[in-house]
Design a protein around this ligand. Structure first.
Ligand code: TZP
Ligand code: MG
Length: 270
């Protein structure tokens, strides 16, 4: 039997795929045919890696540029208690014009998070919006999200990058100019800077740092910067005037009587 490699997997075949194929076809293949398939799959993988290694350096800047253009505007973080829950809240935010949705749920089990994330992945695709997963790099990668958001106590950016490669947006929370500079140097794609103002949504958020800190950070980094924490329709302009590329909101959208309308008002400002 002669087998020819006619296509290249994208993404590469997962480990174990050849074994699966063999199991599926068990009984209908001679040992020689099974061996030939296994060799063909191994060859496909080898070619795939060869191409990836050769093009990685050229693709990376292109990929980063394409994200950079989308890392702006209204960024809404979902909350299990607000806006009718993750799905309903995100749908309203997207209807109102949010361009980025982050799934954030500190109480959910891994299985629940995966379910929310999968549903949000489909929803964000419908609106051509980005999906970011808070804290959990594994969940982000498992559901094909666009990125992960990491705080200062989460996985260090260089390790996250090592695991995820370049095909994932990594956002980082920064409160100080030093944290912002370090995050950028380590490979973060955007920053969430805050809390801008007092917020009840994150009790451990610390004292407000104000839009002035965001202005200082903008002067020192070149990645996009989002203001976060206590941002409302009344004070959002201060954050934008300080140079924010976008604003990140929970309660002012999802806690509003009409979240889609609130999102629309924010989106109009941006
Ligand atoms: N990180 C810093 S402040 C904050 C997070 C997640 C909460 C933002 O929520 P709100 O309701 O927009 O103040
Ligand atoms: Mg975190």
């Amino acid at each position: 039997m002669h087998l020819e490699v006619v296509g290249i997997g994208d993404p590469p075949l997962p480990k174990g795929a050849p074994q699966l194929v063999l199991q599926l076809l068990a009984g209908t293949l001679t040992p020689e045919e099974a061996e030939a398939i296994q060799q063909a799959v191994a060859e496909m993988r080898r070619i795939d890696w060869e191409i990836w290694e050769k093009t990685e350096g050229e693709l990376e800047p292109v990929m980063r540029e394409s994200w950079r253009g989308r890392l702006k505007g209204l960024y809404v973080i979902t909350d299990p208690q607000l806006g009718g829950g993750h799905l309903t809240g995100a749908r309203a935010a997207l209807q109102g014009g949010a361009r980025i949705i982050q799934l954030r749920d500190k109480a959910a089990t891994t299985r629940q998070l995966i379910e929310y994330a999968q549903a949000l992945r489909a929803l964000t695709h419908d609106y051509d919006a980005l999906l970011i997963i808070n804290d959990r790099l594994d969940v982000a990668m498992a559901v094909g999200a666009d990125g992960v958001h990491l705080g200062q106590d989460d996985m260090p950016v260089p390790l996250a990058r090592r695991v995820a490669g370049d095909a994932l947006i990594i956002g980082v929370s920064a409160e100080t100019v030093e944290e912002a500079i370090r995050a950028e140097a380590e490979g973060a794609d955007y920053l969430g800077v805050g809390p801008m103002f007092a917020t009840a949504t994150k009790p451990d958020a610390g004292a407000p740092i104000g839009p002035e800190r965001l202005r200082q950070i903008k002067q020192r980094v070149s990645i996009p910067v989002f203001g976060i924490g206590g941002i409302t329709l009344e004070n959002a302009r201060q954050v934008l005037q300080a140079g924010a590329d976008g604003i990140c909101v929970i309660s002012a959208v999802l806690g509003a009587p009409d979240p889609a309308e609130a999102a629309h008002h924010f989106a109009q400002m941006l």
